[in-house]
Design a protein around this ligand. Structure first.
Ligand SMILES: C[S@@+](CC[C@H](N)C(=O)[O-])C[C@H]1O[C@@H](n2cnc3c(N)ncnc32)[C@H](O)[C@@H]1O
Length: 313
């Protein structure tokens, strides 16, 4: 019988620290989690104009892959998650920081967080793992907990992007082969188009500042109760910082290779050879670390990884 709640799924996937890392970025590796976490944290810090005075909240913090990279750059980090196991792993990975508050969520709300108490909020790889009703409820909670003038950054899958569509077809084909007498996985990947994602945010009471959409991910930056001048200033800032925030087309293409390796459609040797030819690009260096990590964890499928594999970075 499949898991029937978000908590059951994510608790099962995070029984120990390495399993939790595998659940958050498919890697199961501290090295990879730190590399991908740093990239995400830098983009979020730019998107939110993060300041050391900010109280920040992460919805679905998981193993604090991103939180660990931001905790030293803010006044307080509030990590929230539906899975008690994930929160335990996050607590271990954030040990030593005295500005951390962690909260296990009981349902789709942030009721333990006071109204207008958060400067900046974000969520990565979370809203894509729930029903749209829950996505909307969480955005409504962001509108409640953000201070006037506060900002939030949220991501989900972009169905309108060619790589986003290919990623979705993996879900379709998986379901084609699955047992149709059971309900679909409650935490499966769900997809949006930009207009739909923005509509949820607007109806939740948030001001849409921008939605980057040229990659498999929709990256939405929103504000709470901004006046016209504030909205214009943030839109200008986000346009100027776009290259530091938005995923590049190369990032999306290399992501597809990574997915093909994960699903067994591409041998990591082929993927690594391509990445070595692109080693001057930071995206290629990041995926090199990632694919090497995937290979090291799955020698049964791909054979032993070559010795002396060196990241071209
Ligand atoms: C793929 S992981 C991403 C974790 C983290 N945001 C990151 O990028 O490393 C998804 C996380 O969302 C949490 N999650 C899933 N459904 C949730 C829900 N309905 N409410 C709150 N958290 C949820 C899971 O427990 C898990 O930690």
């Amino acid at each position: 019988m499949s898991d029937t709640s978000y908590r059951a799924v994510w608790d099962r996937r995070s029984a120990d620290d390495l399993a939790a890392l595998e659940a958050v970025d498919n890697s199961g590796s501290e090295v990879v989690a730190q590399a991908t976490g740093q990239r995400a944290a830098n983009a979020i810090a730019e998107a939110l104009a993060l300041s050391p005075e900010d109280v920040i909240l992460e919805l679905g913090c998981g193993a604090a892959r991103i939180g660990r990279e931001l905790v030293g750059r803010c006044k307080q980090y509030v990590g929230t998650d539906i899975s008690p196991n994930m929160i335990r792993v996050a607590g271990r990975r954030l040990a030593g920081h005295n500005n951390v508050r962690l909260e296990v969520l009981e349902r789709t709300d942030l009721s333990m967080i006071a109204d207008e108490s958060i400067d900046k909020a974000y969520s990565v790889a979370v809203l894509c793992h729930m029903d749209k009703e829950d996505l909307f409820l969480y955005l409504s909670e962001f509108a409640r907990i953000l201070k006037p003038g506060g900002l939030a950054y949220v991501e989900t899958w972009n169905l309108a992007d060619p790589v986003g569509w290919e990623r979705w077809m993996y879900e379709v084909n998986f379901w084609k082969r699955s047992d149709h007498s059971e309900r679909k996985d409650v935490a499966r990947n769900q997809f949006c188009v930009a207009e739909e994602f923005q509509l949820y945010a607007e109806r939740a009471g948030l001001d849409v500042l921008t939605c980057f959409r040229d990659s498999p991910w929709l990256q939405l930056v929103v504000g709470r109760d901004l006046d016209a001048a504030g909205r214009a200033a943030h839109r200008l800032r986000l346009a100027e910082q776009r290259s530091a925030i938005a995923y590049t087309p190369m990032f999306g293409q290399l992501f597809l290779d990574c997915i093909r390796v994960i699903y067994g459609d591409l041998h990591p040797l082929t993927a690594l050879a391509k990445l070595e030819s692109l080693s001057e690009f930071p995206e290629a260096r990041l995926y090199h670390t990632h694919i090497q990590g995937l290979w090291e964890q799955d020698p049964d499928r791909y054979g032993p990884p070559p010795e002396n594999q060196v990241n071209p970075a």
